[in-house]
Write a protein that binds this ligand. Structure first.
Ligand SMILES: [Zn+2]
Ligand SMILES: [Zn+2]
Length: 302
């Protein structure tokens, strides 16, 4: 098959919209789509300082690569979770990716910072639950301490569709209020954006390959990933039969999201330890890690 635009041999067959593209035109298509997503949902403005959270995986690497190529002012943050060899490998990939991109990379190591890696803490909480809490806190505090205007993450269309489907199956309505490509900043919460929101996982993989980004393929050893993978497989099966299923599902959600939003907002206080937003006296991060002094992520710039 041949590229719809230039007639050269096709690199990829897109399912929705259905067309064949050569490598060069696919790369162009992908980048234009990221730019359009940013404009359509008003995610970022030129001149804003953006922190990209790079995990070593494909999605965040592609996010950093494209934002840099589109001319955004961006730097990267890698959080080493202290999960043995898996984390060492992830960090090595993040370093390689940022070297290719030519973006400054900051690294925070959970084990050095807090004494234990994820999975080493004696607690009843499953690792994935306090891992998520820890990552979200560090990302936000790092961005806040260093004056970033936004945090960009690598969530793609498949991630969003499977997140929504899973939460609908369990009727987790409080989570269903929190989807979407943009979480506006508020007080000490830095704005969060998902520039790959309308691109499929398959397109992200094809793009990474086309521009020569290598990434970690293994799943985290703690991952409860099975459910997400089942959801994704189910959605892909639907997509095969009815192209556009994922996109329509997600866009329909964006139109109906208000149905899940809480009428009363929870009043947030300031954490007694770190001063960041908290539901009680002490924020869930400082409480979990038993902190008595706030963490300071300010980077000295020469
Ligand atoms: Zn072409
Ligand atoms: Zn705190």
């Amino acid at each position: 098959m041949r590229c719809k635009l230039c007639g050269r041999p096709a690199y990829i067959k897109l399912h929705y919209p259905r067309m064949y593209l050569c490598e060069e035109h696919f790369v162009e298509y992908f980048e234009r789509k990221v730019q359009r997503t940013i404009e359509k949902y008003k995610l970022l403005r030129k001149g804003e300082k953006i922190l990209v959270a790079v995990s070593g995986g494909k999605d965040s690497a592609v996010t950093a690569y494209v934002l840099n190529k589109l001319g955004y002012d961006m730097e990267c943050l890698h959080i080493n979770l202290g999960i043995g060899e898996y984390s060492e490998k992830s960090e090595a990939y993040a370093r390689k990716q940022c070297a290719i991109i030519g973006a400054p990379l900051h690294i925070v190591r959970v084990k050095e910072l807090l004494g234990y890696g994820i999975g080493e803490v004696k607690t009843r909480r499953p690792p994935c639950s306090y891992c998520g809490l820890t990552k979200r806190y560090i990302m936000n505090k790092f961005a806040y301490d260093n004056g970033f205007d936004a945090i960009a993450t690598g969530h793609n269309l498949d991630d969003e569709a499977s997140f929504l489907l899973n939460n609908i199956l369990h009727w987790n309505t409080e989570y269903l209020a929190k989807g979407g490509p943009l979480l506006p900043g508020e007080g000490k919460f830095v704005k969060k954006v998902k520039p790959l929101y309308e691109l499929t996982e398959r397109e992200v993989v094809a793009y990474a390959l086309a521009v020569g980004l290598e990434y970690i393929v293994e799943e985290c050893p703690h991952a409860r990933g099975a459910t997400t993978l089942d959801m994704k497989a189910m959605l892909n099966e639907m997509e095969e039969k009815r192209p556009g299923t994922k996109m329509n599902f997600v866009k329909g959600y964006l139109r109906k999201r208000h149905l899940f939003e809480l009428r009363e907002k929870v009043e947030l206080k300031e954490c007694k330890v770190c001063g960041m937003p908290a539901q009680g006296e002490v924020c869930s991060f400082c409480r979990f890690w038993g902190l008595e002094k706030p963490l300071d992520f300010r980077v000295r710039r020469g």
